[in-house]
Design a protein around this ligand. Structure first.
Ligand code: FAD
Length: 328
């Protein structure tokens, strides 16, 4: 489908980080986009806002934006802990960002209709609706946890802090955010979340479910293609979803700009997702094994490199030896 000028028209539902980046990338490259999101402008985005500054820079440069303007806090140290250990690592770029302003800037000059998108049968439509998979529909293979987060005046630690619950039952985090903190927990057990968050003083409470299973194969259906968390682009072991969403949106941008045929676009998109984040399937299996008490199986040793890669990509300078000693 094309607009009156003959530019190819792409419909996008959901203007979180994935939909906004894709819309901007497409529009800057001669495509027309029609974007929808019913989110209210004063809605507090449920997210820790932590990401890797160095990787974010590469993505934002493609849309002529500079990450430095969005940095709220940068990690000197990162603490990873469990009931068995607490280890201090260096940072490989971990920071928090003003995610809301970054998204608003991506959307500048792009009209966003404050409504849900009703898809048209013959048009290329992107489902960037995050956890809801509002257009592409639910998947039987889905897996998500509950996540709850407080915005606080202070934290209990002096830098970025993660605490893993036993048996892969989730984690607790504290991330500095300028002069405030994001303190949250994600788990399938709401009691565990409340136990860790406690009755601390907070400015506001937010939360939603977080998808932790890659759904790449279930991210294409006819003319609809899912990106970001709708496609399960979230690290199963850290809940990191900002950079993976941007990566998936870039994959879709490349597929759309390279091909006209929807079948070819789907094929190229999937192949890019698997080559960029296919290891999320192995990380998800590791999470399930840990939930079944099999984290220390010798067979998990082969996954140590992807665990290390995933944590480093998030911004935590973990070392092979300490991972081996403490986690597996
Ligand atoms: C509590 C919590 C903490 C997190 N912390 C981090 C973190 O520190 N770092 C990190 O990297 N990741 C974090 N994540 C994950 C990360 O926030 C997400 O994976 C990422 O933002 C997903 O981006 P997205 O654009 O795919 O979806 P979203 O950001 O969820 O955006 C989806 C958009 O779609 C809109 N929408 C929904 N339905 C429709 C519809 N039918 N039509 C049109 N629009 C619709 C919604 O209003 C929303 O704006 C966290 C998640 C949670 C829940």
């Amino acid at each position: 489908m094309s607009n009156a000028n003959g530019d190819k028209l792409i419909f996008i539902a959901g203007m979180g980080v994935a939909g906004s980046y894709l819309a901007r990338r497409l529009r800057d490259n001669g495509f027309d986009v029609e974007c929808h999101d019913p989110r209210r402008s004063d809605y507090y985005l449920p997210c820790g806002y932590a990401t890797n500054r160095n990787l974010l820079r590469r993505a934002l440069e493609r849309v002529n934006m500079d990450p430095d303007g969005y940095i709220m806090s940068e990690a000197d140290h990162v603490y990873l802990s469990s009931d068995r250990f607490e280890i201090e690592f260096g940072s490989s770029g971990l920071c928090t960002i003003d995610k809301k302003r970054m998204i608003e800037d991506m959307n500048s000059g792009i009209e966003v209709f404050p409504s849900k998108l009703i898809p048209e049968a013959d048009s290329m439509t992107v489902d960037a609706t995050g956890i809801s998979r509002g257009l592409i529909g639910k998947s039987e293979n889905d897996y998500s946890m509950i996540a709850k987060e407080y915005l606080c005046e202070s934290g209990d630690h002096d830098d970025f802090y993660f605490h893993y619950f036993p048996e892969g039952r989730g984690y607790y985090w504290e991330f500095p955010l300028g002069n405030r903190w994001h303190i949250g927990a994600g788990s399938s057990d709401p009691k565990l979340i409340d136990q860790y968050l406690g009755n601390r003083k907070r400015i506001l409470v937010t939360g939603r479910r977080i998808r932790l299973r890659p759904l790449f194969q279930e991210s294409v259906a006819g003319n609809v293609i899912a990106v970001g968390e709708a496609a399960g682009c979230v690290s199963p072991i850290t809940g990191e979803g900002i950079m993976p969403s941007l990566r998936s949106a870039e994959c879709l941008f490349k597929a759309i700009s390279g091909y006209d045929d929807i079948r070819k676009i789907r094929e190229r998109y999937l192949s890019c997702l698997y080559s960029e984040m296919g290891y999320y399937y192995d990380l998800f299996n590791l999470l399930k094994k840990s939930q079944n008490g099999r984290l220390r199986d010798i067979s998990n040793l082969k996954n140590i490199n992807i665990v290390r890669k995933d944590l480093r990509d998030f911004g935590i300078r973990v070392s092979f030896a300490r991972l081996l000693r403490n986690f597996l």
